[in-house]
Design a protein around this ligand. Structure first.
Ligand code: NDP
Length: 485
């Protein structure tokens, strides 16, 4: 390995790396080769307790600092992440297999965006004054306390920052548990935050599978849980958090629609469909995997899409020319292969792809099915891989009903040159994040999150502040108290 991929230790607690080899070993596998590049250990109950205790005892002093002071540390960390973008991107590529071409542009940099944005907001977080005649109420915006972040494996650096930045800006302490599939990147985020001046105990990272996540969620010292994961995991974590009446943010899965009307700019729509289906080898929660294309332009769309997919450079993810990498794990690849087989068995037309790439690692070809119908499994279930389903339509009202006929509501997109139709369609989508003539943009300034089974709460933007703080009302009486007896 040209880069050191074995971390100093498995966990980062109270400002330092901590190891406990009694925990189950978790091999870290480089998806491009199948090679084991590091081993970490799942947190033992002692490690879980140590992390929660550290967060709990450090949080009050952090909350007592001014927002400007807290923000300065987050912004310093953002600058350090940008300076170290190359090394962090290489590590992200080892952790996930995503091409360096992507990680250098998106992963650490979007984490830095979150730290910079919430660092900037921290000094302006306030309550309000409510005058009631002579008397008045003021509200204090207070931290929740100890927050737990649980991450999926597709954006390990970004998720660690998207949860950490608003939590810390509001004066909370965080314990972050990355996915066992991608345990390396969040440790670097913790390291950098502390180098930037974060007090010990405010951002901790511990490793482990679902049971470690569950131990964190059910601990009475934990006040809030933010999960990025699948709907089934979301159900379990939400229920466990509900037992303790804890605050939650749930960023869950999707099966989002993308509608391409007959007047759309086909080249743009194809670009949107490529971004919304094949970036990160399709392992993006908000992907527009049900692409409804108007019958009049369907064949032109498919022809251009196939041509453009032929330009994908599939290969070594560390090569800056590579634009399409492996799946994150053998397990995920096998799962997606199962969906490809189902699509063929159900009678969808395989337009391109469908096979494993003939090289080491967990590579699948970018795959497009056409003539997909609403009832097919590949049109209903989240695949989380490079598989696009193209469905036909002719009528706007009909396609809207079909687009919304899903348990999910994470994202949705529309391509059209008709302005009125674009906004009408966006208003009609039952989804938290919508795109007009674009797909999968996620700027930190805009709320991001799902409706229906895709989640509750919002990440990014000022909206996230509501999910990491609570208001206390203080009634101040200036006149006398009137008692009935
Ligand atoms: P999973 O739901 O399998 O896991 C998510 C995280 O939850 C992992 O860290 C996992 O640990 C942990 N976990 C599992 N069971 C429990 C439990 N009972 N209690 C506490 N924690 C638990 O998701 P994946 O990692 O497979 O990620 C893919 C999914 O994430 C897709 O559905 C995707 O749509 C969604 N996602 C949503 C995003 C959004 O913002 N809406 C963004 C990115 C992905 P471990 O894996 O280590 O066992």
């Amino acid at each position: 390995m040209p880069y050191a991929t074995q971390p100093t230790a498995s966990h980062f607690i109270n400002g330092a790396y901590v190891e406990d080899k009694n925990g189950t070993p978790i091999p870290v596998i480089y998806p491009a080769t199948g090679e084991v590049i590091a081993t970490v250990h799942a947190a033992t109950p002692a490690i879980v307790d140590q992390a929660i205790a550290a967060a709990k005892s450090a949080q009050a002093a952090w909350a007592a600092m001014s927002g400007t002071e807290r923000g300065r540390i987050l912004r310093r960390a953002a600058d350090m992440i940008r300076e170290r973008n190359h090394d962090l991107s290489v590590l992200e590529t080892y952790d996930t297999g995503k091409p360096y071409q992507e990680t250098i542009a998106v992963d650490a940099t979007s984490g830095a965006d979150a730290l910079e944005y919430f660092g900037g907001l921290a000094g302006s977080l306030t309550g309000e004054h409510i005058q009631l005649g002579e008397n008045w109420v003021y509200t204090r915006r207070e931290a929740l306390g100890v927050c737990v972040g649980i991450g999926a494996w597709n954006y390990p650096t970004q998720i660690a920052c998207w949860k950490g930045a608003p939590a810390l800006a509001c004066g909370n302490a965080m314990i972050f548990k990355p996915s066992e599939t991608t345990p390396l990147c969040a440790l670097k985020v913790a390291e950098i935050l502390h180098e930037a001046g974060l007090p010990a105990g405010i951002y901790n990272v511990i490793q482990g599978m679902g049971e470690v996540g569950n131990a964190l969620v059910t601990d009475p010292r934990v006040n809030k849980v933010s999960l990025t994961g699948s709907v089934p995991t979301g159900r379990k974590v939400y229920a466990a958090a509900a037992a303790g009446i804890k605050h939650v943010t749930m960023e869950l899965g999707g099966k989002s629609p993308m509608i391409v009307f007959e007047d759309a700019d086909i080249e743009n729509a194809v670009s949107g469909a490529i971004l919304g289906n094949f970036y990160s080898s399709g392992q993006v929660c908000s992907n527009g995997t049900r692409v409804f294309v108007h019958k009049d332009i369907k064949e032109a769309f498919l022809a251009r899409l196939t041509e453009r997919l032929g330009n994908a450079v599939i290969g070594d993810p560390m090569d800056p020319e590579t634009s399409f990498g492996p799946m994150v794990s053998e397990r995920q690849m096998t799962l997606v292969q199962g969906y490809i087989e189902k699509g063929q068995a159900e009678g969808a037309r395989l337009v391109t792809g469908g096979k494993r790439v003939d090289r080491e690692g967990f590579y699948l070809e970018p795959t497009v099915f056409a003539d997909v119908t609403d009832d097919m499994v590949i049109a209903r279930e989240e695949i989380f891989g490079p598989v696009m389903a193209v469905l036909d339509f002719t009528d706007e009202a009909d396609v809207m009903a079909r687009a919304n006929d899903t348990e999910f509501g994470l994202a949705a997109g529309v391509f059209t040159r008709d302005l009125a139709r674009a906004h009408r369609v966006a208003a009609g989508f039952e989804a938290g994040t919508c795109f007009i003539n674009s797909y999968n943009d996620a700027p930190v300034e805009a709320p991001f999150g799902g409706s229906k089974n895709s989640g509750v709460g919002r990440e990014n933007s000022k909206a996230a502040i509501e999910h990491y703080s609570q208001l206390k009302s203080v009634f101040v009486r200036m006149d006398d108290v009137e008692a009935p007896f």
